[in-house]
Ligand binder design. Structure first.
Ligand SMILES: [Zn+2]
Length: 339
């Protein structure tokens, strides 16, 4: 029996196949249920008990060698086949294309960098929020019309679990945990239940800045806004503030900048006015500070918030908001040089 195994082992080690069919024939000859090795396995029953150990070892070795040899031959066919496919192996490989930053990421980074130079650090918070952090803590009364104005996505019909409608919720979260001085900038995605069109989307991006300390005044806010506008657009940019209303700031204002397309002369983009609105701001309402455990008699603060899409439109004149989320490579490639 051992002689037979050794003879087969030699055969197997030298076996060759010119093509896949020949290889299959070899496989059937040695490894199939009626093959040579299966026959030896059958004979194994008749081997004397004191030789079983020795013979079994050789038999297993034979089986393993055969399987390996067949795999080896099979692999060599597969390689031969790819080479036969007329592939020029000396050709240089395809270059790996570098990804580019999304225009919104570029602008977000630029805004954060500018405020970073003013000493603001980045703060982030959850997108799934509760009523307290999005509305109640920010001075939205229970029946405040702003709650309707901001069509909110509620989760599972639970009025206390919702997708944040603004990044102001991050300000609350920071103020609850930290006493002034607070100087943060909060970039992030927000959600509102709006019909999707070229000028509205159900999700978009905001950046908010918050500064709370002793003796923070509206003059500080104005100076920060002017610095931001000049850094973001051009040194010639002018700003103007118009009185406005937000539940969480008092007084509140909206800021316009001189149109960076026509330089303030008037063009279709600024509807001939020479000014474009870019952000909302104001002094933090004392109620909001108190809601977050900050003494409003000692501290005051300012807050400002803007839509990143809006700023990106101004910088790059993107006319359709939907372009930002459609991942059209022809659109995204245009921002390669801005990286
Ligand atoms: Zn203009």
């Amino acid at each position: 029996m051992l002689d037979k195994i050794n003879a087969l082992l030699q055969e197997v080690e030298q076996m060759k196949a010119a093509n896949a069919e020949e290889l299959e024939a070899l496989r059937i000859k040695y490894l199939s249920k009626k093959g040579e090795i299966a026959a030896l396995m059958n004979d194994f029953r008749n081997v004397a008990a004191d030789q079983k150990r020795e013979v079994g070892k050789h038999l297993n070795q034979l089986k393993e060698t055969t399987q390996n040899r067949i795999n080896e031959l099979k692999a060599s066919f597969e390689n031969v086949q790819t080479i036969n496919d007329d592939i020029d192996l000396t050709r240089t490989a395809y270059p790996i294309e570098l990804g580019t930053r999304h225009p919104l990421s570029l602008v977000k980074k630029e805004i954060c960098d500018i405020f970073g130079r003013l000493g603001f650090s980045i703060a982030e918070g959850p997108e799934i929020e509760d009523d307290w952090h999005v509305f109640s803590s920010l001075n939205f009364a229970e029946d405040h019309p702003a709650r309707d104005m901001q069509d909110t996505f509620f989760i599972q019909h639970n009025p206390d679990v919702l997708l944040r409608t603004h990044t102001s919720s991050v300000q609350t979260r920071v103020m609850e945990k930290q006493q002034p001085p607070i100087r943060i900038i909060c970039p992030g995605r927000v959600y509102r239940n709006e019909a999707i069109s070229y000028r509205a989307h159900c999700f978009f991006h905001q950046v908010e800045a918050l500064y709370v300390d002793k003796n923070v005044s509206f003059a500080d806010l104005k100076q920060a806004l002017l610095f931001f506008a000049k850094e973001m657009f051009s040194p010639e940019t002018k700003i103007r503030l118009r009185p406005s209303y937000f539940p969480f700031t008092e007084p509140s204002a909206e800021m316009d900048i001189s149109c960076n397309i026509c330089g303030g002369k008037g063009c279709p983009f600024c509807k001939g006015t020479g000014w474009v609105e870019i952000l909302g701001c104001g002094m933090v309402d004392p109620n909001v500070l108190e809601n977050c455990g900050i003494d409003s008699k000692v501290y005051s603060g300012y807050a400002l918030g803007m839509g990143i899409e809006r700023i990106t439109n101004l910088k790059y004149q993107v006319k359709d908001l939907r372009m930002f989320s459609e991942n059209d490579i022809r659109f995204l490639r245009q921002f390669e040089s801005a990286n």
